[in-house]
Design a protein around this ligand. Sequence first.
Ligand SMILES: [Mg+2]
Length: 374
Amino acid sequence: MATKAAVSVAASVTAASSSSSKFVINTPHRFLCLKRLSSFSSFSASALAIKCTSISNCSPNKSARSMEGFTTRTKASAQPLENADELIASVETFIFDCDGVIWKGDKLIDGVPETLDMLRSKGKRLVFVTNNSTKSRKQYGKKFETLGLNVNEEEIFASSFAAAAYLKSINFPKDKKVYVIGEDGILKELELAGFQYLGGPEDGGKKIELKPGFLMEHDKDVGAVVVGFDRYFNYYKVQYGTLCIRENPGCLFIATNRDAVTHLTDAQEWAGGGSMVGAICGSTQREPLVVGKPSTFMMDYLANKFGILKSQICMVGDRLDTDILFGQNGGCKTLLVLSGVTNLSMLQSPSNSIQPDFYTNKISDFLSIKTATV
Ligand SMILES: [Mg+2]
């Protein structure tokens, strides 16, 4: 039965991907595990999840890494966007990454409000997706508002929300707890979803005194450890999360994202959420279930929630290895904007294997329609 379900999911993934004729998914068993897992209604499914998120148990390819490790074979180089009108007409929903697409730090990118207004006036659905887990949807809503953008919090999908949505999708028991290595956004989303949690910023000041015979106690009711970007990461959190995952039977290991670097300031790149996740991988010898980009959990969630075909979605982002891969893994059209971390020479470098359908300077190029040039 499970094999049949897996084949069916594989077929749907392949169909979605082939509809765009841009790449072929090397269907990972881990993805199938998540799909299967999401259809399970009891927490007993978590045991399966754990097996499936372990590379050795779940993937025939031992070099593959967790859910985001999809491999793509690109067929053609990205084309400059020359007919924005045609692209707009061909899709129903635009999914926008935020940093580097909508804003840079706390500064709005030129022409964004007018572009979003134009797309709404054409009846397009707009969705905003970010791997940043430090804020909740509500907190992001405030940021959009501060920047003068009219965006409803229901249109915002941060990886903090994805972690809570994932736990809901597997009916994570309300009597179990979630240990959080991460910031306030994850706590707020877990609270909204009605889950019990511990850890988070509160554990940021905790220290461990390694006296002879010292043993750290941990809560045996923790059934999931969620790891996201955490500016207050410390050894206490590593040890606590490790004990939960290693010693609590069936405990899930969930990552909001595995981004290598992030842009905390515009002066340099800073170690991203992947560094916190990597520490827990190291101590537990386990691979996480990733709910943020480029894993397809959020894409599947959005498609189900709004009832949209993935081929009717265009993913717009500034990062190749998260945004564009996310769109491609989901079987969507993809547009790279050069207003963020990727420049033209990076896109066209022989070492880059991720090619979006189109690229352009910034999303306000949509306004110049047929005259958009790069
Ligand atoms: Mg970005």
